[in-house]
Each structure stands twice: as C-alpha cells, then as structure tokens.
Design a protein around this ligand. Structure first.
Ligand code: NAD
Ligand code: DAU
Length: 377
C-alpha cells in the first residue's frame, strides 16, 4: 500500500502544479467545486525555484488556509524555494519532511523558449529529474539495500515525446518516441531516465504523458491565456504559420484527477497516456475564443477578428497531437468531467475576472522578454 502522506510536489507554483495543489486540498478551481474528490489527508511540500513561470500568487489562498496562515500543528502545506538540480537541498527536504511520494511537475515547459535557449531545458528537465530520482533512490533504501514498496515517484510528461502526427492516427503508450524540439527531447530524455531507474534499481515509478492543458493560472505566453489577454487589451493575435496545426485540449483538473488516480492506483513501472479526445485546429480554436471573449467584454467579434495576425511559423512546428487514452480509461476507470464548451467559457471568464493576476505578470519582468523576443510581431 502506498503511504501518500508526505508528498513532495515539484513545480507547484506553475500552471498545472498550482491547480494540482488546489485539487488535492479540495479547493478546486472549477466552478461549483465540481472536482473536489481527492480525499487527501496528508501534507504537501512544494519545491519550486520560482523561474519566470513560478508564481506564488497562484497559491496565496493555499498558504493562508493550509500553510503559514494556520497553527503549526494544523499545517499541511510547506513551500521550499529550491532548485530541483540542487542535490544537497533536495536531500535535506526528503529527510526533513520524510517524503514518501514525489509528484514531479517542475520543468521548463515552453517550446518557443526551448528553441531560443535550450540549455535551461536540459538542466532542469534532464538533470533535475535525474537528481530527484537519485535522491529518492537513496532515501527510500532499506537496511538490506532493497527499496521500500510503500513509496512512489510519479513523473509528469507530455505527448510531445511521441513526435508529430499526420492527418490520422493516435499516440499510444507503445508509440516509439520521436521528439522534435529541444523541449520535447529534454522531456523524452527524462522519461527514459525515469524508466531506467525502475528497470535498473527497482525504484517504484509511474509516468504519464498528457496533451495540451487549459484552465486557470497558465502563464500568458501559452496560446489560450495569451489570446484571451490580447483580445482584452486590443492587441494583435499572433497565429503561427497558417494556423492549421492541431492540438488536443484537456481541462487542467481532468489531467490532475488522472494523475491522482495513477498515484493511488496505477501499476508501478507503467506509463499512462492522458488526453482530451478534443482536437482543434489552432485557427478554429482562436475563432471560438474570440467569440467567447468578445461576448464577455462587449467587443464586436468582427473588430477582434481583424486583429488576427499570421506570423512566422515556429521552427519544426509539430503538425498534430492526438492521444489514445484507452489504457487509463479501461484499466483505472478514469473519465473526463469537464466538457470543452463549459471549460473554455469558464477559462475565459477566469482570466477576465483575475485581471490583477495576469496584469502583474504582463507588467513584470516578462514585459522585457516580450519586447526583446517578439518585437517583430
Ligand atoms: P509551468 O512552466 O507553468 O510551470 C513550471 C514550474 O516549474 C514553475 O513554477 C517553475 O518555477 C518550476 N521550475 C522550473 N524549473 C525549476 C527548477 N529547476 N527547480 C524547481 N522548480 C522549477 O509548466 P506547466 O505547464 O505547469 O507544466 C508542468 C509539467 O507538465 C511539465 O513537466 C510539463 O512538461 C508537463 N506538461 C504540460 C502540459 C501543458 O499543456 N502545460 C501538457 C503535458 C505535460
Ligand atoms: O502537448 C503538450 C504540450 O502543450 C506541453 O508539453 C507544453 O508544455 C505546453 O506548452 C504545450 O505545448 P504547445 O507548443 O502545444 O503549446 P503552445 O500554447 O505554446 O501552442 C499551442 C499551439 O498554438 C501550437 O501549435 C503553437 C500555436 N501558437 C502558440 C502561440 C504561443 C500560435 O499559433 N501562436 C502563439 O502565439
């Protein structure tokens, strides 16, 4: 039986990680607390070095309700500003909190940035993952040298490791890896290291590969929050190439419910695909986002449509991603709860309502990065 009591979450100040922490503490960001079914009773240690993508504002409510805002004896949330490549600090954290589970979200996650500066991706995604695995292997060793079986290392990965699809077909768990960008190659490498630690050392691991997530707290360099905030601000809407690339979209809490299910019931040593079964061509999705955002902001759809700007394509832009998630559905009984209609509208409303959250990012150090790198848009 897995203990699941002292959980180390890496990258908890990022998009998916912060939603995951909300979900585990029963503070679902979905309207009406639709997804509060985690039934988690333990403690969370969030390890995040707060890169440009890490944002403690996304966890202010959690800190107040479960962290420093409550009496020490009631405390269930701890934040550690630590780099996952910093081995002595990671060793200290395992010991101090007696970690029995790792759920590893931390990564450099943006494909465009990986093209501009791949080094950070190799460091964090490959060496950081290796450091965590190796510390876990040592900390979870029993006196006879074998590893505990009540512990788990769950690695969060992406469908991008499988490469690019044509018009037909789906990525399955046994699809050979074929990463095309520095980002996806670094994630593919980390997946291989995770599997190697299972086969070589018997480290109890599970692994999941998910499609494009959408929902609250996503950094506004990614397609959906970027387009929503640009529509709000009357800025151009940059579409790469012809806008005919296809992505499969899943609501972030449906992804997180799948992760928690794997952590609870997944078979050690197995990998699971997670998908939205919800493919959209970028340009068609943008028309939908324009329609929803215009309706919420009182703008005219035809005026907003005029701000669509076709820009230079992303080098090596993967054409299509689509996941076959039959395994997690049939073997673990996972199903999505959010429809795309509902989830997209809720997401648009969330970014418009939480304008302070997004403005703080847009007016911070990210502003200079945009000016430097996106000057030609
Ligand atoms: P994100 O960029 O929003 O957040 C990443 C977090 O990791 C940030 O808080 C950042 O500060 C932290 N971090 C980065 N480097 C670190 C380091 N060296 N040490 C400690 N913390 C560090 O990313 P996200 O979109 O939330 O993605 C989370 C995970 O999910 C990643 O592993 C990503 O590859 C994977 N994934 C993302 C998607 C998606 O659509 N966003 C889909 C599938 C898989
Ligand atoms: O598939 C899972 C992956 O989804 C994750 O592993 C990554 O961490 C996550 O960032 C995401 O990668 P994408 O490259 O698919 O996401 P992004 O939001 O950057 O782009 C989505 C699509 O929209 C892609 O085809 C590129 C296009 N795009 C993106 C931006 C930012 C544009 O046309 N214009 C833009 O300005």
């Amino acid at each position: 039986m897995r203990k699941l009591q002292n959980i180390l979450i890496t990258g908890g100040a990022g998009f998916i990680g912060s939603n995951f922490i909300h979900y585990l503490f029963g503070q679902s960001s979905a309207e009406g607390n639709l997804f509060n079914d985690a039934n988690f009773t333990g403690k969370i240690v969030n390890v995040d070095c707060l890169t440009y993508a890490g944002n403690l504002e996304s966890l202010a409510d959690i800190e107040a309700k479960f962290g420093s805002g409550v009496a020490e004896a009631d405390r269930r949330y701890f934040f550690e500003k630590v780099d996952i490549c910093d081995r002595p600090q990671i060793e200290r954290i395992f010991k101090q909190y007696d970690i029995d589970t790792v759920i590893h979200f931390a990564a450099e996650s943006h494909v465009d940035r990986s093209i501009l500066g791949p080094e950070a991706f190799m460091k964090t995604n490959v060496m950081g993952t290796f450091t965590l695995l190796d510390v876990a292997r040592n900390y979870w060793k029993k006196e006879d040298g074998s590893l505990r079986d009540d512990v788990l290392f769950h690695h969060i990965s992406t469908d991008e490791v499988y490469g690019s699809l044509g018009e037909t077909g789906y990525f399955r768990e046994d699809t050979p890896y074929d990463p095309r960008s520095p980002y996806s190659s670094s994630k593919a490498s980390s997946d291989h290291v995770v599997m190697a630690y299972f086969h070589t050392y018997g480290l109890p691991i599970t692994l999941s590969n998910c499609t494009n997530n959408y929902g609250p707290y996503q950094f506004p360099e990614k397609l959906l929050p970027l387009m929503i905030s640009n529509i709000r601000d009357g800025k151009n809407l940059p579409v790469y190439g012809k806008g005919d690339n296809i992505r499969d979209w899943i609501y972030v809490e449906d992804h997180n419910r799948a992760v928690w299910l794997i952590v609870n019931k997944g078979v050690t040593g197995e990998k699971y695909n997670i998908g939205g079964e919800n493919e959209w061509q970028n340009i068609k999705l943008l028309h939908k986002v324009i329609e929803l955002t215009a309706a919420q902001t009182g703008k005219k759809v035809e005026d907003v449509e005029k701000t669509i700007t076709y820009v230079k394509d992303r080098p090596g832009h993967d054409k299509r991603y689509a996941i076959d998630c039959t395994k997690i559905k049939t073997q673990l009984g996972w199903e999505r709860k959010m429809t795309f209609e509902e989830g997209l509208l809720e997401t648009v409303k969330w970014y418009l309502k939480n304008s302070e959250w997004i403005n703080n990012i847009l007016n911070g150090s990210y502003k200079q990065w945009v000016e430097k790198n996106y000057a030609n848009r």
